[in-house]
Ligand binder design. Structure first.
Ligand code: C2E
Ligand code: CA
Ligand code: CA
Length: 408
């Protein structure tokens, strides 16, 4: 991601530090990165908080010192959480492992997105790396401007253009394909163009069309499932994405069960992925989640790290798998903050026997680093395979299984 893209996705930045010198250095660095028009600086946290309150959606990223007189950085982060500030927070301060781990945990308890820390003296490369992370965080919610319209989506549904693409989750130890995630695409019957989910899932959620997408994908992919396993001579699970609102439908499990039965499958073949972005809220959602688990579906908490589930909730909800978001994985081999957060996640999930998946692994260095954890881990990412249509996926998987693959 080059400067221009980051600038578009992280437009407005606030820097809080009681040292004028640090503010000047930060400004110079952000200038150098092409963000000169969009920086606000504050010499104390109280003033910063007032600025944020003026328009809670204005700042996309806040860089804050920890050690400040009157209100310190921890208190600022707590208030930002209470205000439901959704942007990224970056601590500019020397921190050791224990402090990072505690700060990250506290921020999560307060529903704040702590993204990382940079040490003083501040360096351009550190700032740039963290802005890319903010951009990754924002990309979960952005890009809505190019969303397709309700009518276009209805047409796609009528023309049966919802198409499953497949991406594997690979066991980091033995390179086996553990499961395959089904990702929605609209494949235009007119020109063969492919529309990605960030342009239509929101539209579908808003206009009550998300069930139709899910069930269309679920029918198509499960009806091919036995055939795919036979062609590959290899057993694996299939994972589907459900929006949290779909859990409000208490009948959802029955509908899924019916389709499985038609295709001679059982819930133990299936993983349901629920995004962590919106906290699971209603009792109905929890009831459905529990019911799915009771029937034997695997339940995966998707995008862990960008949302608001804290470590305690992880224990109490019926998850069988946690997927660590790409923003914690990218450049993990050099990012102390991500390393500490991911390793405390490893500790917690080991105790509870939860499966762990690292999402968005793109670089061999990330894979090498992740393999250091002597802990069962699955890897999903472009390094192994992009999501592919069924035929392409099968021929990729055949090759992979032949060589018992290791990435190029
Ligand atoms: P997700 O569930 O987190 O899916 C993973 C996304 O990360 C996919 O994007 C995948 O293509 C992408 N990805 C995988 N590996 C890498 C990598 O190494 N680098 C990078 N940069 N990206 C990688 P995709 O297919 O565009 O889907 C975006 C999101 O749309 C999904 O995120 C999911 O939240 C949503 N979505 C997709 N299909 C469905 C669906 O059937 N129902 C619902 N409710 N949501 C869906
Ligand atoms: Ca997913
Ligand atoms: Ca994800």
């Amino acid at each position: 991601m080059k400067g221009i893209t980051v600038k578009k996705i992280v437009p407005n930045i606030l820097v809080v530090d009681d040292s004028k010198a640090i503010l000047i250095v930060m400004e110079a660095i952000l200038n150098e990165l092409g963000m000169s028009n969009t920086i606000t600086t504050c010499l104390n946290a109280k003033e910063a908080l007032e600025k944020v309150k003026e328009d809670i959606n204005y700042f996309d990223a806040i860089f804050t010192d920890l050690n400040m007189p009157e209100m310190d950085g921890m208190e600022l982060i707590r208030h930002l959480g209470e205000l439901h500030y959704q942007g990224g927070i970056i601590i500019v301060s020397e921190m050791d492992h224990k402090v990072i781990s505690l700060a990250a945990n506290l921020a999560k308890q307060h529903n704040a997105h702590l993204i990382g820390n940079i040490t003083k003296p501040v360096q351009l490369s550190q700032v740039s790396r963290l802005l890319i992370k903010v951009a990754q965080l924002n990309s979960h919610t952005l890009l809505k401007e190019s969303a397709i319209s309700k009518d276009e989506l209805i047409d796609a549904l009528k023309n049966d253009e919802i198409t499953p693409f497949y991406q594997p989750k690979i066991n980091a130890d033995n390179n086996k394909i553990e499961s395959v995630e089904v990702l929605a695409r609209i494949l235009s019957s007119k020109d063969g163009n492919i529309i990605l989910p960030n342009r239509f899932i929101n539209t579908a959620e808003q206009h009550n069309l998300i069930n139709q997408i899910t069930f269309s994908l679920f029918e198509k992919a499960t009806s091919e499932f036995i055939n795919m396993k036979a062609q590959l001579g290899h057993d694996f699970k299939m994972a589907f994405n459900l929006s949290p609102t779909q859990l409000d439908d208490l009948n959802c499990p029955n509908k899924l069960l019916l389709i499985l039965e038609l295709n001679q499958l059982t819930p133990s073949n299936i993983i349901i992925e629920i995004t962590e972005q919106h906290a699971l809220s209603s009792l109905m959602q929890l009831e459905t989640l529990n019911r799915l688990r009771m029937h034997g579906f695997g339940i995966s908490l998707d995008d862990f790290g960008v949302g608001f589930t804290n470590m305690n909730q992880l224990r109490n909800l019926p998850f069988t798998e946690i997927k660590i978001d790409r923003s914690l994985i990218s450049h993990i081999e050099t990012d102390l903050f991500s390393q500490v957060v991911v390793s405390s996640l490893f500790n917690i999930t080991s105790k509870d026997n939860l499966d762990l998946v690292a999402e968005g692994v793109e670089r061999p260095e990330e894979l090498v680093y992740l393999r250091h954890y002597k802990r069962k881990l699955a890897i999903q990412g472009f390094l192994f395979s992009r999501p592919k249509p069924q035929d392409e996926f099968i021929s990729w998987a055949k090759d992979w299984l032949k060589t018992d693959g290791s990435p190029a």
